[in-house]
Design a protein. Structure first.
Ligand SMILES: NC(=O)c1ccc[n+]([C@@H]2O[C@H](COP(=O)([O-])OP(=O)(O)OC[C@H]3O[C@@H](n4cnc5c(N)ncnc54)[C@H](O)[C@@H]3O)[C@@H](O)[C@H]2O)c1
Length: 352
C-alpha cells in the first residue's frame, strides 16, 4: 500500500509526510512543484529513507500524474498542493487560479481515470482527500457562531475564492462520478517548517533580527489557531474513517486576536531568549496599513469531527506556541536558509 501526497515540501504537507512515516511504514510518493513555498530541506531527514519517493512536478501535469498513479498504484491521494498566501493572491491572483483551480481539476481528472481502472476492491478502498481552509466561509461578526460544515461559502480574497472553487470541484466529482472524496476545512496552522512570510514565523524571525513586528490595522483580526501536528492527525483520522463525499471542519478551539498572538510570542521570547539590554520584544511591534478586504474573524466549529470520528487536538495554544518558538530557536539554520533564499540554491543543486 502506498499514498500519494501533493504539496509535500510545503509547511503542512512536509509535517504530514514526516509524521506519517514516523508512525507507520506505508510508503509515500511526494509530488511538489517546489514553488518559492516548497522547501525540500523540510524533507531532508527522509533523503535516504526508501519508504519515501520525491517527485518534482506539477499537479496540473496530467501526463506526469497519470504515470505516477499507474506506476505506484496508491490507495489514496492527499492534495495539499496550493498557492496559500492571501497577500500574494491580492498582488497576483493568476498563480492561485492556475494551481488551486485548474491544477486541482487536472489532478481530479487523472485520479478519476486511475480510479476507474482499479479492480472493484481497490476501487472501493480508494480515497481522494482534499485539504482546504476555513477561509472559504468568509468573515464572521464578533457574536456570530463559529463556522459549521453547513455554512455557506462566502470567500473574500482571490486565495479563498480559488480554494472554494477547488472544494466545489472535489464535491462535484463525488456527486457526478462517484469519486470517493473527503474534504477538510481547517483553521490557521502554526508550527515547525512554516514559511516566514506568515504571521507567527515572521514575528519570531523579525523579533530575533531586531526588526519591526508588523501588525495589520488594529491587530484585532481574530483567527482560530491549530498546531500543525494536530491538523495532520485530523487528516489521518478523516482518511481512515471519514464518510465519503463529506467535509470536516478542523480547528483548535483557540480564537485569538492577531495582536494577542504577537504579545504571546514576544512574552515567550522574552523568557526563552531575553534581549541583552533587558527590554521586551513587544517594543518592536509596529502597526501598518491594513490588508484590503481583510476578514475580521474566523472561528471553526470542529464538533462534527470530534463527535463522529473522535478527533481532538492534543495541544492547547499555550503548549503548541511554546513548542513552535523553541523549534524556531533550535532551527535558526533552517530559517536563515529560507530567508536568504539559500534553500532555492539547494534545490538547484539537487536538480542540477
Ligand atoms: N497554512 C495554513 O494555515 C492552512 C490552513 C488551512 C488549510 N491550508 C491548506 O493546506 C494546504 C497546504 O498549506 P501550506 O500552508 O502547507 O502551504 P505552503 O504554501 O506552505 O505549501 C504549498 C506547497 O504546494 C506546492 N505547490 C504549489 N503549487 C503546486 C503545483 N501546481 N503542483 C505541485 N505542488 C505545488 C508548493 O511548492 C509548496 O510546497 C493548502 O491547500 C492550504 O490551502 C493551510
Amino acid at each position: 500500500m502506498t499514498i500519494l501526497v501533493t504539496g509535500s515540501a510545503g509547511f503542512i504537507g512536509a509535517n504530514f509526510v514526516l509524521d506519517w512515516l514516523a508512525i507507520n511504514d506505508e510508503p509515500v510518493i511526494s509530488l511538489d512543484k517546489l514553488t518559492y513555498a516548497g522547501n525540500l530541506q523540510n524533507l531532508a531527514s527522509l533523503e535516504s529513507d526508501e519508504r519515501h519517493t520525491f517527485v518534482h512536478g506539477d499537479i496540473g501535469d496530467g501526463d506526469l500524474v497519470d504515470r505516477l498513479l499507474a506506476e505506484y498504484r496508491p490507495r489514496a491521494v492527499l492534495n495539499f498542493a496550493a498557492e496559500s498566501h492571501v497577500d500574494r493572491s491580492i498582488r497576483g491572483p493568476e498563480d492561485f487560479i492556475q494551481t488551486n483551480i485548474v491544477g486541482t481539476f487536472r489532478l481530479l481528472e487523472s485520479v478519476r481515470a486511475y480510479w476507474n481502472s482499479l479492480p472493484d476492491a481497490d476501487k472501493s478502498a480508494f480515497r481522494f482527500l482534499h485539504v482546504s481552509t476555513d477561509e472559504v466561509y468568509g468573515s464572521l461578526g464578533s457574536n456570530d457562531p463559529a463556522f459549521k460544515e453547513s455554512n455557506k461559502y462566502e470567500p473574500n480574497s482571490p486565495y479563498s475564492a480559488s480554494k472554494a472553487a477547488s472544494d466545489h470541484l472535489v464535491r462535484a466529482y463525488h456527486h457526478t462520478y462517484g469519486l470517493p472524496v473527503l474534504t477538510t476545512n481547517c483553521s490557521n496552522n502554526y508550527g515547525p517548517y512554516h514559511f516566514p512570510e506568515k504571521l507567527i514565523p515572521l514575528v519570531i524571525h523579525n523579533a530575533l533580527a531586531g526588526k519591526p513586528l508588523p501588525i495589520y490595522g488594529d491587530g484585532q483580526q481574530i483567527r482560530d489557531w491549530l498546531y500543525v501536528k494536530d491538523h495532520c492527525s485530523a487528516i489521518r483520522r478523516v482518511l481512515d474513517a471519514g464518510q465519503l463525499g463529506e467535509t470536516y471542519n478542523v480547528g483548535g478551539w483557540n480564537e485569538k486576536a492577531n495582536i494577542d498572538v504577537v504579545h504571546t510570542l514576544c512574552d515567550i521570547l522574552d523568557q526563552e531568549k531575553p534581549k541583552t539590554d533587558g527590554r521586551s520584544y513587544r517594543e518592536q511591534i509596529t502597526f501598518v496599513k491594513d490588508r484590503p478586504g481583510h476578514d475580521r474573524r474566523y472561528a471553526i466549529d470542529a464538533s462534527r469531527l470530534e463527535r463522529e470520528l473522535g478527533w481532538k487536538p492534543a495541544e492547547t495554544f499555550e503548549t503548541g506556541i511554546r513548542k513552535t518558538v523553541r523549534w524556531y530557536l533550535d532551527n535558526q539554520d533552517w530559517v536563515a536558509n529560507v530567508t536568504s533564499g539559500a534553500y532555492r540554491e539547494w534545490v538547484g543543486k539537487q536538480y542540477a
